[in-house]
Design a protein around this ligand. Structure first.
Ligand SMILES: C[S@@+](CC[C@H](N)C(=O)[O-])C[C@H]1O[C@@H](n2cnc3c(N)ncnc32)[C@H](O)[C@@H]1O
Length: 229
């Protein structure tokens, strides 16, 4: 999706976003924070932080910077930080995740919750996440990926032309994400309703050139074996 289409979609969503996508996607947010294995003082970047639903989930002894391209979504996030006095929320900034204004190796961990099927250029997003992550740091992604079930897959295909309207691509395949970005996934867990969403833990330092066989890891929902080189 083009950036203006994304801005338009989330300008419309901002007021109702929490009611529509708050509770239903919250188990995935909790699972990713758990997977982060946070240590006191960790410096975290969350791209596409939206209305900041995840911010209260981070412990107070870490520093979180949330960025988003939608001013309206961010206004809600700032309201939340203020109302709940969230000390962990170091900054909430309007910024394009595909063109981050941070120096390289700034963050210990970089997080994208329900964002990879929204952005306009996936490889650029992941390259930017990788660039600002410290060597040895990790990147975490939670998203819905194209279903392996034929019926659901057909439905996702039907919704696909409505991406601009719904504000995301319903049929992004995990295999395509990995092939386009070279993400080095070390763990996959399932989340949310019907385990329909996946939480990926990825190393930031390695860019894989070979597509990995994710079939088994998706089906068995486990640590991915033998993917590092
Ligand atoms: C589906 S919402 C997810 C919001 C939040 N992460 C959550 O857990 O609900 C996707 C968010 O990504 C943001 N976004 C899309 N493209 C972006 C980009 N290039 N840079 C920064 N944010 C972007 C949208 O504005 C929107 O707030």
């Amino acid at each position: 999706m083009e950036i203006e289409a994304i801005r338009t979609a989330y300008r419309r969503y901002a007021r109702i976003y929490d009611a529509v996508f708050g509770a239903i996607l919250h188990p995935g947010r909790k699972l990713i924070i758990q997977a982060l294995n946070l240590r006191p003082g960790d410096n975290i970047l969350e791209v596409g932080v939206g209305t900041g639903l995840s911010l209260p989930l981070y412990p107070e002894n870490v520093k979180v910077t949330g960025i988003d391209i939608s001013g309206e979504m961010l206004a809600k996030a700032r309201e939340r930080v203020h109302q709940q006095n969230l000390a962990q929320a170091e900054a909430v900034l309007e910024m394009d995740a595909e063109d981050l204004k941070f120096p390289e190796s700034t963050f210990d961990k970089v997080v994208a919750m329900y964002v990879v099927s929204v952005v306009s250029d996936l490889p650029t997003l992941v390259d930017e996440m990788r660039r600002v992550c410290k060597p040895g740091g990790e990147m975490f992604i939670v998203n819905h990926f194209r279903s392996r079930n034929g019926f659901i897959r057909a439905l996702e295909g039907l919704f696909s032309p409505l991406a601009k309207l719904v504000g995301f691509h319903p049929n992004l395949a995990l295999e395509d994400l990995l092939e386009q970005t070279g993400l080095d996934v070390v763990e996959i867990r399932s989340a949310n309703l019907f385990d329909y969403w996946k939480v990926l833990r990825c190393r930031s330092t390695i860019k894989r050139s070979l597509p990995m066989d994710v079939t088994e890891s998706i089906e068995h929902d486990s640590t991915v074996q033998g993917v590092s080189r």
